[in-house]
Ligand binder design. Structure first.
Ligand code: PLP
Length: 413
């Protein structure tokens, strides 16, 4: 597809999507297909010759649509809302075009900065305490996760790491494995299955706290369980509260539970995946009272906030708890095959190469990142874009050569 066809097909796709959504009510909300229906409708192997775009779009109606459950049909009342909106769809298209991967600030500064500032906006709309807002004197901030399940797991792993360090500080003779076997986490018997799964992945005991007759966890029952477990030599370290449970939208009593967790040095995570968007409404904000006791809080903007999947917003009170738990030395750069690969030749001192890279970066004509190989600072040249042609590489090479030449002319080198 060239750029002219992309413009044409893009317009057609917008029309297809608009027609789909405008006429969604006419389609049956739930598909009438049997398991395995799709295999018989398409070839068993990927075609060797390309198909026309028109044929592929016909297949969307012939093959895909009959098996789609239409989550945006006005007759869809299952599971939970999956938000979608025209602006969010357009934004997704732009994201696809920019197509950057913002795993660090330097990988694309706008990603990190926009994410931080947008989560501050959102956090202020929810009236989160200042300690959760990045642009304040506090130590917290927000981060986007794919799903609430991921946010729960993150919080559990961070809490686990903190608890192990804390126990080791006063019992250095204990092994990490010994401590791990004593750690115990708690959540409501109404909690989403992802909380239990986080316990399985984190390798810690997860105890289900029985709920009252409104399906909520109260302070007295958690307190009793924690005391029993401590008496049995266990180490309570984590409680996942739910504000808006999946089965019945019940709310745990976090104003009672929070002080217990704080006193017992237990991490309190609040999973508000389903109901959290509602706290933006002043009339529902009181349901979030007690969030000030939490170490982390999460809700799914992709459920009620008109943002397409995936956008799960998570805030932590202390950024360092999360960063500390997941920070790693990049060991992959120290693997046994580090002598092999890209590197065909190595010239100059580490210092010289570092200076050269700084100048390359400052020039903004090309962009490289370094790596460490056998303790040497190496400039990595990876061909990344599908639009790179040999003349671009030659130009890049001339640029590097020119900067190297200028550097070597300087008396210090
Ligand atoms: N927690 C609650 C309370 C939920 O209702 C859900 C899903 O509905 C989840 C967690 C899981 O959300 P996700 O699919 O984003 O992991």
């Amino acid at each position: 597809m060239d750029v002219a066809e992309f413009r044409r097909r893009g317009r057609e796709m917008v029309d297809y999507v608009a027609d789909y959504l405008e006429n969604l009510e006419q389609r049956p909300v739930y598909p009438d297909v049997e398991p395995g229906y799709l295999r018989s409708l398409i070839p068993t192997e990927a075609p060797l010759e390309p198909e026309t775009y028109e044929d592929i779009m016909k297949d969307v109606e012939r093959v895909v649509m009959p098996g789609v459950t239409h989550w945006h049909s006005p007759y869809f009342y299952a599971y939970f809302p999956a938000a979608s909106s025209y602006p969010a769809m357009l934004a997704d298209m732009l994201c696809g075009a920019i197509g950057c991967i913002g795993f660090s600030w330097a990988a694309s500064p706008a990603c990190t900065e926009l994410e931080t500032v947008m989560l501050d906006w959102l956090g202020k709309m929810l009236q989160l305490p200042e300690c959760f807002i990045a642009g304040t004197q506090g130590h917290g901030g927000g981060v986007i996760q794919s799903t609430a399940s991921e946010a729960t797991l993150m919080s559990l792993l961070a809490a686990r790491c903190k608890a192990i360090r804390w126990v080791l500080a006063s019992n250095p003779e204990k092994s990490e494995a010994e401590i791990l076997s004593k750690l115990v986490a708690y959540t409501s018997d109404q909690a989403h299955s992802s909380v239990e799964r986080a316990g399985l992945i984190g390798g810690v005991m997860m105890r289900k706290v029985p709920t009252d007759n409104s399906y909520a966890v109260t302070g007295d029952i958690l307190k009793k369980m924690v005391e029993e477990d401590k008496a049995a030599g266990l180490i309570p370290f984590y409680f996942c509260a739910t504000l808006g449970t999946t089965p019945s939208c019940a709310f745990d009593h976090i104003t009672e539970l929070g002080p217990i967790c704080n006193k017992e040095n237990m991490w309190m995570h609040i999973d508000a995946a389903y109901a959290g968007s509602a706290f933006i409404c002043p009339e529902f904000r009181h349901l979030l009272n007690g969030v000030e006791f939490a170490d982390s809080f999460n809700f799914n903007a992709h459920k009620w906030l008109l943002i397409n999947f995936d956008c799960s917003a998570m805030w932590v009170k202390k950024r360092s708890d999360i960063i500390g738990a997941f920070k790693m030395e990049p060991l992959y750069l120290k693997h046994e095959n580090q002598e092999s690969g890209l590197v065909t030749d190595y010239r100059g001192s580490n210092e010289l190469n570092q200076t050269l890279l700084k100048r390359i970066t400052k020039s903004r004509e090309i962009h490289l990142v370094p790596c460490q190989l056998s303790g040497r600072f190496v400039l990595r040249f990876a061909i990344c874009s599908r639009s790179t042609e040999s003349h671009h590489i030659q130009q890049a090479w001339r640029h590097i050569t020119q900067l190297t030449f200028e550097l070597l002319q300087e008396p210090a080198h």
